[in-house]
Ligand binder design. Structure first.
Ligand SMILES: *Cc1c(COP(=O)(O)O)cnc(C)c1O
Length: 419
């Protein structure tokens, strides 16, 4: 797309005309009279995902229990197959990815195995802007190990309350740290961290690195293998459009395949011996051994259609459009929403290699009321207290014109409020 970005509606129209992903919009159930800017919280339903869900219902209807073993996609291998479908977007060899459980459960499962405090190397590092559930899981794991997290959980500070500085993080790495847990993209500001650099620096200090990729999976290309990341998790319901509460994924680098699952369950057993029903756990050979329970087949089946569509669109093309969308949005905010009385500021880094798929708009006062007024006008963003409106234009089903319209609504709302 060679359309110069200008803060005009004509620019939006030209970008929409040149959009090579435009055809994907018709494959989604768009909400009536709504501009949906919240795909980073819950992605919309696609027809592709609906079809794969119906196929699963059909298999259940016509085959009953045989569905576990029969048909094109026997449920017994569903977690591996769906894991394979996400290996390209995550840059991971298939045996290192498995579809399993939920994000928080996967953090517990992996940290239980990979956090091995020994000698003076006992600490876990995480950042003060991390998603709360991640921190709860880390503290719980430290409790189980009898570690005092007041002392051994090192919290990386943010200088501006929005972003993290990679070099500050790296300076904190030392021989007392066993494991560092970071987000790929910060859920509030939308900052994208340099995962390759952080991994390399952590390894140089003998630290194991894990990433929560919930806010980047499906919108930012990953190269987990090449970067050498030790472990990662991500959810299905944000940019992967799997549906509310859909199940999640985990990645474990091969170098840790010798580790023992601790939150052990029968789905982590080797498939060949699983139905021997021995009481001795016989773990699988790859990332699959960190599965715990039977996969929720109905909930996961949407991912089949959804991930095939994402692979068809291509993660590079998705990222390219997403970056153009956020760049256009930032240009509009600079030109139309910055001066008083609008008085918004961008809380997201401006460099394209430092932002994920959404933009954080901040305002000193009235942000929550402005967000409510947007929703009344049929624009769906989301609000993160105390003063952030997150706007996420979806590269698969959103348009540039919708971004133009969203900014127009914001101007009108503030104009009305300040009369
Ligand atoms: C969405 C999200 C979660 C969600 O966790 P669940 O256990 O699936 O509810 C966790 N962490 C981050 C960073 C998220 O963005």
């Amino acid at each position: 797309m060679n359309v110069p970005i200008t803060p005009t509606e004509d620019c939006a129209l030209a970008l929409d005309r040149a959009d090579s992903l435009a055809e994907f919009r018709d494959r989604f159930y768009l909400l009536a009279d709504t501009i949906y800017m919240d795909g980073n919280s819950l992605g919309l339903l696609s027809k592709d995902a609906e079809v794969s869900l119906i196929q699963t219902l059909e298999a259940w209807k016509t085959q009953g229990v045989a569905g576990w073993f029969k048909g094109d996609s026997p449920w017994l291998n569903s977690a591996e197959q769906i894991g394979d479908l996400s290996s390209e977007i995550m840059g991971a060899k298939a045996d290192q990815v498995i579809h399993s459980a939920t994000v928080t459960v996967n953090i517990h499962a992996l940290v239980a195995s990979l956090y091995e405090p020994a000698g003076s190397r006992v600490k876990i590092m995480a950042d003060e802007l991390n998603f709360p559930t991640d921190i709860y899981a880390l503290k719980g794991q430290m409790d189980i190990r009898g570690r005092d997290w007041q002392e051994d959980l090192v919290i990386i500070p943010s200088a501006d309350g929005r972003t993290l500085d990679e070099d500050t993080i790296v300076e904190m790495f030392d021989e007392t740290v066993a494991l560092v847990w970071l987000p790929s993209v910060l859920y509030r500001s939308g900052q994208l961290l340099d995962m390759e650099y952080l991994t390399q620096k952590a390894h140089a200090k003998g630290i194991i690195v894990g990433f929560d990729c919930c806010h980047s999976a499906g919108v930012v290309p990953h190269e987990l293998d090449r970067w050498g990341v030790d472990f990662a998790v991500w959810c299905g319901y944000k940019y992967l459009n799997s549906g509310p509460g859909g199940s999640a994924f985990l990645y474990v680098n091969r170098r840790h395949f010798d580790k023992r699952p601790i939150l052990t369950g029968w789905f982590g057993n080797r498939r060949e011996t699983m139905f021997d029903m021995s009481q001795d756990f016989d773990p699988g050979q790859d990332a699959g051994k960190w599965q715990i329970s039977s996969p929720g087949i109905l909930g996961s089946s949407t991912l089949r259609g959804s991930l095939e569509m994402i692979n068809e669109a291509g993660i590079q093309a998705i990222r390219a459009k997403s970056l153009l969308m956020t760049e256009y949005l930032i240009a509009l905010v600079d030109d139309l929403l910055t001066d008083p009385p609008f008085s918004f500021r961008i809380g997201t880094p401006r460099e394209s290699d430092r932002r994920g798929g959404h933009v954080a708009l901040e305002r000193q006062t009235g942000t929550e009321q402005i967000c409510e007024a947007l929703v009344k006008r049929g624009v769906v963003p989301d609000f993160r207290p105390p003063n952030v409106i997150r706007i996420c234009p979806s590269p698969l089903y959103g348009t540039f014109q919708e971004i133009w319209q969203t900014v127009g609504h914001l101007r009108e709302i503030v104009e009305v409020f300040s009369k």
